[in-house]
Design a protein around this ligand. Structure first.
Ligand code: RIB
Length: 312
């Protein structure tokens, strides 16, 4: 089985359900808060684990109780956490999340130990990169580390997947050259390209990224499905699976992970994206980040159910 490596963030999510997302200056009330394992990198590693991949994560946490919760959640999913660094001088990352009654979220991340993952950590763990076939990055760790790691990965001939979330103020254009597959959502694509009314200008936006060196672009469009511009399959759209979303947290992370898992099994990008679309459809019907991630059995059963419904 091919190996997947996630290099990225781990956060403990403090999730508050709200009727509506508060406007600037508005105070609203809620009557519950849950602590749920999250972090874009850890969510990806967790999803890859539940989908049956050989998955290792490189990231960093504090030396605190939150770290134990996060490592435990990844281990439960079957991910190798032995290379996750424990910092004695930083706290574990925390995300403050509101989820409104439409299932949409707002997230503030307090980076903590995530901000300490350095280029040296990449060098010290270069064997992990050498052993991996597919390496996934997101942008909740320092952008220099992502750039450095992606460059190393590319030099080693690995498949590099970038989930460009959150988009930093200064996105280094050099990074595009090391990326085989980029997976922004609409907002991220608009921020990366500066193109407004992105929905009607997807070919222009993806061409812009292709010209900057990215080989394949997948844009997740929520209820409008997925837009794919790939070297192999050209441009195509994958329709969304209609669901009643209750919480979209980790939908994008699980999509990226599912994509990587399918690619690791030899599927083409289009087939991989179709599978990933099913995985995200399940995730948005469940609460929380890692608490919402399905197992491979659950996904397969769901696909059979949807196909049977279509056929009847
Ligand atoms: O993508 C969802 C994740 O973003 C949450 O789990 C939160 O930790 C933030 O990193």
């Amino acid at each position: 089985m091919k190996k997947i490596l996630v290099i990225g963030s781990l956060n403990l999510d403090m999730v508050v359900n709200v009727d509506h997302t508060p406007a600037t200056g508005e105070t609203i009330l809620s009557n519950n808060m849950e602590m749920i394992p999250g972090g874009k990198g850890a969510n990806q590693a967790c999803a890859a684990g539940y989908l049956g991949a050989d998955i290792t994560m490189l990231g960093s946490v504090g030396n605190d109780m939150y770290a134990d919760i996060l490592l435990g959640s990844l281990q439960k999913a079957g991910a190798d956490t032995s290379k996750i660094l424990k910092r004695s001088d930083a706290t574990t990352g925390i995300a403050l999340i509101t989820v409104n009654s439409d299932g949409d979220n707002c997230i503030v991340v307090i980076s903590g130990a995530n901000a300490t993952l350095s280029c040296n950590d990449i060098d010290n763990n270069i064997d992990l990169l050498k052993e991996a076939d597919i390496i996934i990055f997101q942008l909740e760790i320092p952008i220099e580390t992502v750039c450095y790691g992606a460059k190393k990965a590319k030099t080693l001939g690995k498949t590099v997947i970038l989930d460009p979330a959150p988009v930093p103020k200064e996105f280094p254009e050099e990074l595009y050259r090391y990326v085989d597959i980029i997976k922004p959502n609409e907002t991220e694509l608009r921020m990366l390209t500066g193109i407004d009314q992105i929905e009607s200008r997807l070919p222009e936006a993806s061409r812009q990224l292709r010209n900057q060196g990215v080989k394949n672009i997948l844009v997740t469009l929520g209820e409008k499905g997925v837009y794919l511009d790939s070297e192999e399959d050209g441009i195509c759209r994958i329709p969304a699976i209609p669901v009643d979303a209750i919480d979209t947290t980790a939908a994008g992370d699980s999509f990226t992970a599912a994509l990587a898992v399918m690619l690791s099994e030899g599927k083409c990008l289009r087939e991989a994206a179709i599978f990933a679309n099913y995985v995200s459809a399940i995730v948005v019907t469940r609460k929380g980040a890692q608490s919402s991630i399905p197992t491979l059995d659950e996904v397969q059963q769901y696909i059979r159910q949807i196909e049977a419904e279509k056929a009847s």
